[in-house]
Ligand binder design. Structure first.
Ligand SMILES: [Zn+2]
Length: 218
């Protein structure tokens, strides 16, 4: 049997120092590009074209749109524009998960806000989350489409953070059921993560439900 497929391969275009919005100081970076390769037996053989690029801080592992290299802290500018890509993506993904069952309750909103503020570097209020949720509600993309588009802007750290946040949302009601596990595995697959990698993330997180555990992984 011949096993073939495609996958994204990261390579470094350039490196240097930049002002990292997350570290809030000068740090070394790598400018990475992601190329889709035709693979044979999981080995990349033929490049099929560039699918994305990002700038990665080598200290905090945050990834950013390339024009973060122009970012100067004293220059003002929209903070949101230079939010690490995984921070934008984790917020968006959690809101999509929250919207998946068609209804949103206050408890869910509080859980999502707490997770955003725990994993992210820019705290949001419930009112801000509500405005954001209404905007997402009007966007046409489902979770798979969204993650497929954002994956080339994320490094492994970013993808792992998305998966951990998704698991935390799933655990917010005190337990994780099989459907939620399936959904999280699907999310990993869309982002090109191996099932061994996914198992590793699940294994390293404390499962809720044990005595004295409030649920959630954060
Ligand atoms: Zn950094």
């Amino acid at each position: 049997m011949i096993i073939f497929g495609t996958r994204g391969v990261n390579s470094t275009m350039d490196e240097g120092h930049f002002f990292c919005p997350q570290c809030e100081r000068e740090e070394p970076y790598r400018h990475r590009k992601v190329t889709r390769f035709f693979t044979l037996y999981f080995i990349p053989i033929i490049p099929l074209g560039r699918i994305g690029e990002f700038v990665e801080c080598r200290t905090c592992q945050g990834t950013y749109v390339p024009n973060v290299l122009e970012y100067r802290p004293e220059g003002g500018g929209s903070e949101d524009q230079f939010l690490a890509e995984y921070e934008k993506a984790m917020k968006h993904t959690m809101v999509l998960m929250m919207l998946a069952d068609g209804e949103i309750d206050e408890q869910e909103m509080i859980a999502v806000r707490d997770i955003v503020n725990k994993f992210g570097h820019h705290d949001i209020t419930l009112a801000e989350l509500e405005v954001y949720t209404n905007a997402v509600r009007n966007s046409p993309d489902d979770i798979s489409t969204y993650l497929k588009n954002i994956a080339p802007s994320l490094n492994e750290h970013g993808k792992e953070t998305i998966i951990k946040c998704a698991l935390s949302v799933a655990a917010a009601d005190g337990h994780i059921d099989d459907r939620e596990i399936d959904l999280v595995y699907q999310m990993g697959e869309v982002m090109g993560m191996s099932s061994a990698h996914m198992k590793g993330i699940l294994g390293e997180m404390e499962m809720p439900g044990a005595a004295g555990n409030e649920g959630g992984f954060v």
